[in-house]
Design a protein. Structure first.
Length: 85
């Protein structure tokens, strides 16, 4: 959607479970519409409703899960792979 300095803003539709993965940089999630959770390895999940933000720190294994479709904005480096490193 946009590039800001050395990051990009991406829009995504979440539905169901995403595979477990991690990144070598932080990843920001902004819940735009709906509700979803970000499951974190060894930690309680982060549950996001519309308007809420959560940052997954680099190298933390995680996976977004949306029981019903949700829309999210992501802020990350342009080279960040969808399924992580």
């Amino acid at each position: 959607m946009a590039q800001v300095n050395d990051t990009v803003v991406k829009a995504a539709r979440l539905a169901g479970e995403f595979p477990w993965h991690h990144h070598d940089a932080d990843e920001l999630f902004l819940c735009w519409d709906g509700t979803f959770r970000i499951e974190l390895e060894g930690r309680p999940p982060a549950i996001l409703d519309a308007g809420e933000i959560f940052v997954v720190s680099k190298r933390i294994r995680h996976r977004p899960v949306a029981d019903t479709p949700a829309h999210v904005l992501l802020v990350e480096h342009p080279e960040t792979k969808q399924y992580g490193n």
